[in-house]
Design a protein around this ligand. Sequence first.
Ligand SMILES: *Cc1c(COP(=O)(O)O)cnc(C)c1O
Length: 443
Amino acid sequence: MELSENEKKSWKQKYPLLEPITNLEPTLWLNPNLKEEQYIPELPLTKKDMYEAEKLWKRFAPFFKKAFPELEITNGYIESPLKSIGKLKPVLEDYYDFNIDGNLYLKSDNELPIAGSIKARGGFYEVLHYAEKLAIENGLITYDGNYEAFLSEEFRSFFQQYSIGVGSTGNLGLSIGTMSATLGFNVAVYMSADAKQWKKDLLREKGANVYEYSGDFSEAIYAGRQETIADPKGYFVDDESSKHLFLGYSVAALRLEKQLEEMDIKVDADNPLFLYLPCGVGGSPGGITFGMKQLFGDHVHCFFVEPTHSPSVLIGLLTGEKDRISVQDFGIDNLTEADGLAVGRPSSFATSISEHLISGIYTVEDDELYKMLTMLADNENIYVEPSATAGLIGPKHVLESVYTEKYNINTDNATHIAWSTGGDLVPEFDMKQFYEKGKSFLV
Ligand SMILES: *Cc1c(COP(=O)(O)O)cnc(C)c1O
């Protein structure tokens, strides 16, 4: 419920940055609770958990290879390329009037197979983890068995007794719905009002039950949770507090580490790495940050980015209230075209881990997302959804701030990676509209 004017005023006195945030101005917040590696308090997850999660993907590789022919060439692994975007870089610098020290790359999760978004990491992982647990507990398979069996009639009819539910603004539902239906689960997706029609249509096509809610994401989650757990064999994928989603995302760090090595990109004190991660509830950027910090410690600098209309993790961390506070409490409407980021209240699990690991958060206006979408298309021939472009403006915010000076970082040889989080499944018609909109803002 919205705070009273007096309550808002006292929050703003305590945290003056809330003034521009509630005025919906693009803002950069540097995290005063960022801890050096050696001072990071004990976290609820460890590096070992991340390596265990990677092993699950490995066990399921034969399953993926058989279920999805497009994964034949990657041997059943789901991964996206890291791309240099050297043609876009001078265009961004020119348009936004700044200089990027070092190189700019795009981590192209918009190309992740099957789900077309970063949700292939967390969403698929959680469904597979649950399916594996059920199969092992019921004596259907062992950890060293051939996981192609997950596609057999025996497994399908076994999973048909169980149901999986999820609340989603769109992409999470797509990933959970697709993977659950592939395995034979009954799956229900509870969508918020801003979820795109084509995402609902696609899910229904895949055999998922789609329920639409007139309110925002939190309402869809609430309703979905109640409905799902009413079934004794129901399992709810809870974006507001899921450890499994988080671990699925964290594996991206191990993959990126390998790609950096292969591309001969160094990460150390003289070669700092900056990541710019689009943020909704904070699960995907939090999981990736957790993983990258485990691998690169103080040499990696992770910034989240949220829409000016949905700065939920920003307000949660700035005030220290985390999931106890929402953007609506401050009268912010949570209305944005970046549907993957349209979240009013942060994840409790992810946010408590990100608290000491992230360097900061900046916000971006929807119009800029469209502009960058069109610039990326025109200069690199890469088409992504509006949410996915948010990281591209990161270097400007960070390099123009006191951050590098404060932490004494030499950025001459910096590597900047904007994480592109979704886009491949967007229908051509919708993509054309995104593009045209960006074009119209650029003239
Ligand atoms: C879900 C999503 C994000 C953010 O992930 P969270 O876990 O919600 O923070 C970013 N971009 C896209 C396209 C997404 O679908």
